[in-house]
Design a protein around this ligand. Structure first.
Ligand code: NAD
Length: 434
């Protein structure tokens, strides 16, 4: 097995020189990263096309623009985030003052998944750099072209002692996890999240776990059905459903089901054309293993729309499955592909009971015009984050911490919360000697 002891040691030595701490260093580094992304834009898009058949438009919007926005936001706000914060001091500590100093943890390990292989590697890296850390980045082995571009981009612009990319499979991740890091930021599946946390516990290393799960999408009878169908189609089938916060399944109230399904079919065809098998820009399923896993779900319930596949190119058509029961195989684990099961309900209380029996979702979406309905769901279901009358968009705001709860993860990031995540808050009480 490979050994990363030296890399971790080198980075720690570099960190201890103190070079990464001044604001100028952080700003220069973020600017360098920004320029490198712009310079490598074509290669990044070509790699995303190769790995996942992402179109240039989709690749740019969901992988490049989103991280450039994150860098811009960090550059604009870094000075304020870095300021020590004066806080109150209780009156019994006469003559004392209290200050919280944000300080970098040191050396961070970032492990990334394959579904947004560029964005989900770079976005946490921005937080780590803004907070003044060194970082080792381990991209996913299932998107090798993007992983290679990431490695080149980092190698060309940063010394290994400061930022390093380590490419490799599970063994590489396992070997990295043996080393002592000061922070571990993991994005991936819930089972692997547990492995990462166990490894981190050996060194008492704090972790952020950005995991997955089944994210419900509720369409209540008073929703604007046309809008709901359009926004759900867009959110579900982006990246062929391989989005951690994609609506995993639909819960639709009985009286609007037919109308909803009808509108959903139109919305899918508006997005991808009448014959989606001929759409050259529809993303592929990442690999044969995932293709086979997803294909077994196609026989669940009754096929309402789609269902065609092409194993030669890991293509699965956007598919809607009707007459689904909670006990069907497709309802067991996160789907993570372009298959959308639909379950009908009569009363809100039924679905609230079903959702709360299951692991806490990463995302939840509510389509309803009634504040009472929205409030009832928000006050009774715990989930990472979500939207009312929209899908996915909460993830794009730097003002909303993004992360899961329970089995969908712990900790969060984006905007200032990324900086906070990679910073220790050092609390200091200062008192006069006399
Ligand atoms: P994964 O957990 O299989 O792999 C993620 C990373 O962990 C990869 O770099 C992989 O090499 C490494 N890894 C795999 N097995 C390991 C092991 N036993 N020990 C150590 N490292 C290991 O996840 P994936 O298939 O790449 O991604 C899909 C999952 O990620 C889905 O569950 C999805 O919901 C979740 N996800 C979550 C978010 C989020 O922000 N919350 C974002 C994207 C994906």
């Amino acid at each position: 097995m490979e050994n990363y002891e030296n890399l971790a040691k080198q980075q720690r030595a570099f960190f201890l020189t103190g070079q990464t701490k001044p604001i100028d260093f952080r700003i220069n580094s973020l600017n360098t990263l920004q320029n490198a992304i712009n310079k490598h834009e074509k290669e990044i898009l070509a790699a995303l096309r190769k790995d996942l058949n992402k179109s240039e438009v989709e690749g740019y919007a969901t992988e490049i623009k989103i991280v450039l926005e994150e860098i811009k936001f960090s550059l604009e706000n870094l000075k304020g985030w870095m300021q020590p914060k004066k806080v109150d001091t209780p009156s019994f500590l006469t003559g004392a003052s209290s200050v919280i100093y944000p300080e970098p943890y040191g050396v961070a390990l970032i492990i990334a998944p394959w579904n947004y292989p560029f964005q989900l590697a770079i976005a946490p890296l921005i937080g780590a750099m803004a907070a003044g850390n060194c970082a080792v980045l381990k991209p996913s082995e299932f998107t090798p072209s993007t992983s290679k571009v990431l490695a080149t981009l980092v190698r060309e612009n940063f010394p290994d002692d400061y930022i390093a990319v380590v490419e490799g499979e599970v063994e590489t991740s396992t070997a990295l996890l043996k080393e002592q890091f000061d922070y571990i930021f993991f994005t991936g599946s819930t089972p692997v999240g547990k492995v990462v946390m166990e490894a981190a516990a050996k060194h008492l290393t704090p972790v952020t776990l950005e995991l997955g799960g089944k994210s419900p999408c509720i369409v209540h009878s008073d929703a604007q059905i046309t809008t709901a169908a359009k926004r759900i189609a867009r959110g579900k089938f982006l990246n062929a459903g391989q989005t951690c916060v994609a609506p995993d399944y639909i819960l639709v109230q009985r009286q609007v089901k037919e109308q909803f399904l009808d509108e959903l079919k139109d919305a899918i065809q508006d997005l991808y054309g009448e014959d989606i098998s001929r759409n050259p820009d529809f993303p592929k399923v990442v690999n044969e293993k995932q293709f086979k896993r997803l294909s077994t779900f196609l026989k669940d319930g009754t096929l309402y729309f789609g269902g065609r596949t092409d194993s030669s190119r890991n293509f699965i058509e956007p598919t809607v499955l009707d007459q689904i029961a909670w006990t069907d195989p497709v309802m067991k684990d996160e789907i993570f592909g372009p298959i959308l099961p639909v379950i009908v309900y009569d009363e809100l209380s039924e679905i609230i009971e079903e959702i709360t029996k299951r692991p806490k979702p990463l995302a939840l979406y509510i389509f309803s015009e009634s504040e009472a309905v929205q409030d009832q769901i928000l006050s009774s279901v715990s989930f990472g984050g979500g939207c009312i009358n929209e899908t996915l968009a909460h993830l794009t705001s730097p003002y909303l911490p993004f992360g899961g709860v329970g089995e969908s993860g712990m900790g969060s990031y984006h905007g200032q919360v990324s900086f906070d995540t990679f910073s220790h808050r050092k609390s200091v009480l200062k008192r006069k000697a006399e």
